[in-house]
Write a protein that binds this ligand. Structure first.
Ligand code: ADP
Ligand code: ADP
Ligand code: MG
Length: 453
């Protein structure tokens, strides 16, 4: 096992990884930008290294700064968390050259899966259904018109290098195609420095259901069942749960088996997630493989009792995945609310500023993953997520009741957050019945509708 790991991230996921290290008796080395220099979680690390100014491009996204911190502190491995460099294969290659273990899949698997056009082809090879669409990249506007006519409207234009819901545009008719194509390309160029686009049929009223996987370096792969992430705004997740309330046991089995098949064909190891869209008839279609730990991984930890971050570390250290598939059970129901420093009343604009009061919820079945505290300054430089509130109870009904109570207990002030939005979701009859799709929030919640225009 490693004796020292560098945590190349910030915020709640940096804290999550530091905790896993401490639980395993491993020394964690934290890194921080000048904006994060007072973060209390840095005190929990064995040591902390400043890697540059607040702007992410100069610190958390700067491979050279992180590699030199790793070399100075003589770590054996780097955990990248999610976002930032987690899916950057050039960074993983730098680790390989420096003989530092990158806690994630191989450089080759990352290259293959980071490109969604290539990943779709791989899915076909593994006999996993994909959304009908372009066979490869869509080169130009002329090709876009031609392919869209063949697929049939409505369609979705998507960025091959995409992530975080960016570079995606729905198109309902020919008249809107060209401007959407240009906008998607500009957004993808700016966000990912890669304007490659492809097209898919737009699946109407879909559910987003994803399968959590763990694979080791010897080719063993198991699934940890599914999470339902249909509660989204602008293609970004807000609330996740497991098990999915929408699918039958038969669909669940087929979905999980398809995910394992694809991971094996991809030669995938570490933790990973395969995302699918599920239509009203329970047909499912591969969307992408996220080659990293995900924001919502604690949902799966609660229902399976397995520690995903510890397993990532063990697998990177060369341990065999000695868990039998049939020993992995879904127990009870877990849900996660992402608490963002955003104002739902003002079109979800970020609301950075100082948190004056911060009172955490608690009680049976409640877990909060957060790096925030009273006196914490929410920085405008980074992602607006400040806490993840999770509840795990035997039934969905109880989970919803406890989550509503916990949201009422959770006091964050004076900055606006997404807590009132979650309260609306959890008291909406359609959600309580388990009858939602990815358009639910923008279609059915006043707080989101009012400002959607
Ligand atoms: P998850 O399924 O883990 O929730 P998200 O799509 O919400 O995935 O992204 C998790 C984090 O990673 C967010 O902070 C998001 O902005 C960031 N992220 C995801 N993909 C990319 C990418 N390709 N480039 C930059 N940031 C990304
Ligand atoms: P990202 O890498 O940004 O996470 P995804 O391919 O995972 O991109 O898509 C993000 C979200 O966009 C999905 O969860 C879903 O809500 C929506 N979406 C993507 N493709 C389609 C599609 N073909 N039809 C309908 N919705 C889609
Ligand atoms: Mg996705």
């Amino acid at each position: 096992m490693f004796s020292r790991i560098l945590v190349a991230n910030r915020g709640e996921i940096a804290l999550r990884v530091i905790r896993a290290c401490r639980d395993m008796g491993i020394e964690a080395i934290a890194v921080y930008s000048q904006a994060d220099r007072d973060a209390p979680y840095l005190q929990l690390a064995h040591d902390a290294v400043c890697i540059g100014p607040a702007a992410a491009a100069a610190s958390y996204l700067n491979p050279a700064a992180i590699m030199s911190a790793a070399e100075i502190t003589d770590v054996e491995a780097i955990h990248p968390g999610y976002g930032f460099l987690a899916e950057n294969s050039t960074f993983a290659q730098m680790c390989r050259e420096a003989k530092i273990e990158f806690i994630g899949p191989t450089v080759e698997a990352m290259d293959l899966l980071g490109n969604k056009v290539a990943a779709r082809q791989l899915a076909k090879k593994a006999r996993v259904p994909t959304v009908p669409g372009s066979d490869g990249a869509v080169e130009d506007e002329e090709a876009a018109l031609e392919i869209a006519a063949k697929i049939g409207y409505p369609i979705m234009i998507k960025a091959s290098a995409g992530g975080g819901g960016r570079g995606i545009r729905p198109v309902h008719n020919k008249a809107a195609l060209l401007s959407s194509f240009r906008n998607a390309r500009a957004e993808a160029d700016a966000a990912f420095k890669d304007g490659t686009l492809y097209m898919e049929k737009l699946i109407e009223r879909p559910r987003h259901v994803e399968v959590q996987l763990l694979g080791d370096t010897r080719g063993n792969v198991v699934h940890l069942w599914e999470r339902d992430c249909s509660l989204q705004r602008r293609n970004q997740k807000l609330l996740e749960e497991s098990p999915s309330p929408h699918i039958t046991p038969r669909t669940r089995r087929k979905l999980c088996a398809a995910a394992v098949r694809l991971a094996k064909v991809a030669g995938y190891h570490s933790a990973g997630t395969i995302e699918f869209l599920v239509d009203e008839k329970e047909n499912f279609y591969f969307m992408e493989l996220n080659a990293r730990i995900q924001v919502e991984h604690p949902v799966t930890e609660l229902v399976t009792g397995l520690d995903l971050v510890q397993w990532q570390i063990r697998i990177a250290a060369g341990e065999t995945l000695n868990i039998r598939q049939d020993a992995i059970k879904q127990r009870g129901v877990a849900m996660e609310c992402r608490i963002n420093a955003e104002s739902p009343e003002h079109n979800f604009r970020p609301s950075p500023g100082r948190i004056e009061s911060f009172v955490l919820p608690g009680g049976p079945g409640v877990r909060v993953d957060t790096h925030a505290h009273a006196g914490y300054m929410v920085s405008p430089y980074y992602d607006s997520m400040i806490a993840k509130l999770l509840v795990h109870r035997p039934t969905r009904e109880e989970t919803i009741a406890v989550l509503r109570r916990a949201l009422a207990e959770f006091q964050i002030g004076p900055i606006p957050t997404t807590i009132p939005l979650h309260e609306q979701i959890l008291s909406h009859p359609d959600f309580v019945r388990g009858d939602v799709d990815t358009g639910f929030i923008e279609r059915s919640l006043n707080i989101a509708k009012r400002t959607a225009k």
